[in-house]
Design a binder for this molecule. Structure first.
Ligand code: HEC
Ligand code: HEC
Ligand code: CU
Length: 456
């Protein structure tokens, strides 16, 4: 009989080969780095215990039911009719019916009680001595804040071994879900409301996590790492996070200047770097200590870093790192050198002049509007007649601008003075706007406004 069953299974697989693909796709054959069934924390083990118990009860039920079914199928199959009579037909049997009602009911109680216990244990974070961290989901990266240490980092959550971590999570934009399978369950990161999850890591090492709620183009690229350190390694890491980088090589020093002039400062914070207080992108303190960049999709090597800085969208579709100005390969290498500089003493870095703006290509009215638009990257965010369409329309199309009553999403009356003020300093007119201050001079603004007036 066993041979018959095995034969049937093999025959179905040869007839329907996709069944094998289903087995492979269920993830049975991974490296286990992101496996829910290999818990490495108390919290993950609560879930695993319930899961294993339910699975073993189910396996028992399956064996009993499948055996009875197989016996009935083989014994009473059409070909066996000649030597076996149809069994006696009965209708209603109190004893049998009581058994098949009570046995499942008892099994359900066996499943329900430990499940409830698990749910309540997993839902109640132990507070005493726990490390509080905050995980904020952004399209498409994770911000990690440590309020007690007063530090902020991104995409790599460092925690000390054997200390309970309570992760409070929410979102800066759409719904995300934080999931680190070997350490804890998964929980939604919602805009406007926070949730909590906790775990006590038990083993030093790296654990993978990822966003588990579809959140747009690069949802699948929204990964992160939890790095469980020894207490002393953790403390060293914490200390580095609040130090300013020391740009020691000439390349790094050039990169530090570019960081201001290329408007990186508008979106990124680096401690001790004047003007670098942007919060649209990840905090870049001690970037050199991160093993990956762009939320776990690229190894943190000088080449990857430089490639990312030149063209983030080609490496991560939809990435919201919108560069207002072109960055050439040597500038990218200098920026990479600066970003991976070793953090120095806690003393503030040498003062850098307030975010400088790039010098206009050539001052004067002989510069065409087309040249300014090209040099300032307006077409990265705006559809403008006569120019290639932007990859993503971050800002409104500029055709027919002069016929609008208001600009900036209705926030500002469309007068020539307001337009001038807007182009000079958009965040000054509308805090939080995604249109950066690209550093236009007054003559450039005159030229641009004359051009904008011609757009039908
Ligand atoms: C308009 C805002 C914006 C500007 C301007 C900007 N960035 Fe970014 N940056 C982002 C965002 C958003 C991300 C996260 C992208 C992702 O992973 O999806 C990012 C990610 C990064 C990362 C990867 C960090 C990590 O740990 O994953 C680096 C490095 C970086 N930016 C450097 C720069 C440099 C250098 C400049 C200037 C040439 C710059 N950025 C300009 C918004 C910006
Ligand atoms: C990083 C993206 C980005 C760049 C680069 C950019 N803009 Fe904008 N721009 C925007 C966004 C976003 C808005 C909408 C502002 C809002 O409502 O917050 C906007 C609004 C405007 C408006 C008002 C239009 C309206 O109907 O609201 C004008 C005019 C404008 N931009 C011109 C320019 C010019 C000229 C340049 C180049 C010098 C430029 N922008 C560069 C993102 C950008
Ligand atoms: Cu997400």
């Amino acid at each position: 009989m066993v041979a018959q069953i095995a034969n049937t299974i093999l025959r179905s697989i040869s007839r329907y080969p996709w069944m094998l693909a289903v087995l492979l796709l269920t993830g049975c054959f991974g490296d286990g780095k992101q496996s829910t069934i290999r818990p490495e924390s108390d919290s993950a083990r609560i879930i695993q215990d319930v899961y294993a118990m339910v699975t073993w009860i189910d396996v028992g039920i399956f064996i009993v039911v499948a055996t009875l079914l197989a016996v009935a199928m083989i014994k009473y199959r059409a070909g066996a009719q000649k030597d076996i009579d149809i069994p006696k037909q009965v209708h209603g049997n109190v004893v049998v019916e009581l058994i098949w009602t009570l046995v499942p009911a008892i099994l359900l109680i066996f499943i329900a009680v430990p499940t409830w216990q698990g749910i309540f244990r997993a839902a109640a974070p132990p507070r005493a001595g726990a490390l509080q961290v905050e995980a904020i989901g952004h399209q498409w990266w994770w911000e990690f804040r440590y309020p007690s240490e007063n530090i902020v980092t991104a995409n790599e959550l460092h925690v000390p071994v054997n200390r309970t971590v309570v992760v409070k999570t929410w979102s800066a934009d759409v719904i995300h879900s934080i999931w680190m399978p070997r350490l804890a369950g998964k929980i939604d990161s919602l805009p406007g409301k926070s949730n909590e999850i906790w775990f006590t890591p038990e083993k030093i090492g790296e654990y993978l996590g990822q966003c588990a709620e579809f959140c747009g183009t690069s949802h699948a690229n929204m990964r992160f790492k939890v790095i469980v350190d020894s207490p002393s390694d953790y403390q060293t890491w914490v200390d580095r996070q609040s130090m300013a980088p020391v740009a020691s090589s000439p390349d790094a020093q050039a990169g530090e200047k570019l960081f201001a002039t290329k408007a990186c400062v508008a979106c990124h914070t680096i401690t001790g770097v004047a003007g670098a207080v942007g919060v649209i992108g990840p905090n870049l303190n001690d970037l050199g200590s991160r093993t990956t960049i762009a939320s776990g999709i690229l190894e943190n090597t000088p080449d990857n870093l430089a490639a990312w800085i030149q063209d983030p969208q080609s490496m991560k579709p939809g990435a919201l790192m919108i560069l207002p100005m072109e960055v050439n390969p040597s500038e990218a290498a200098q920026l990479a050198a600066f970003l991976t500089s070793e953090p120095g003493a806690a003393a503030p870095a040498p003062a850098v002049p307030a975010p400088a703006v790039p010098a206009p290509p050539t001052a004067g009215s002989d510069v065409s509007a087309q040249d300014i638009i090209g040099a300032k990257g307006c077409t990265i965010c705006h559809a403008i007649p006569g120019f290639p369409a932007p990859a993503a329309e971050i800002g409104p199309a500029l055709a027919g601008l002069m016929s609008r009553d208001t600009i900036a999403g209705g926030a500002i009356q469309n007068t020539e003075d307001n337009l001038r003020a807007w182009l000079k300093n958009p965040p000054g007119m509308k805090p939080g706007t995604l249109m950066l201050n690209v550093g236009l001079t007054d003559p450039e603004i005159d030229t641009l406004i004359d051009f904008l007036k011609t757009l039908e």
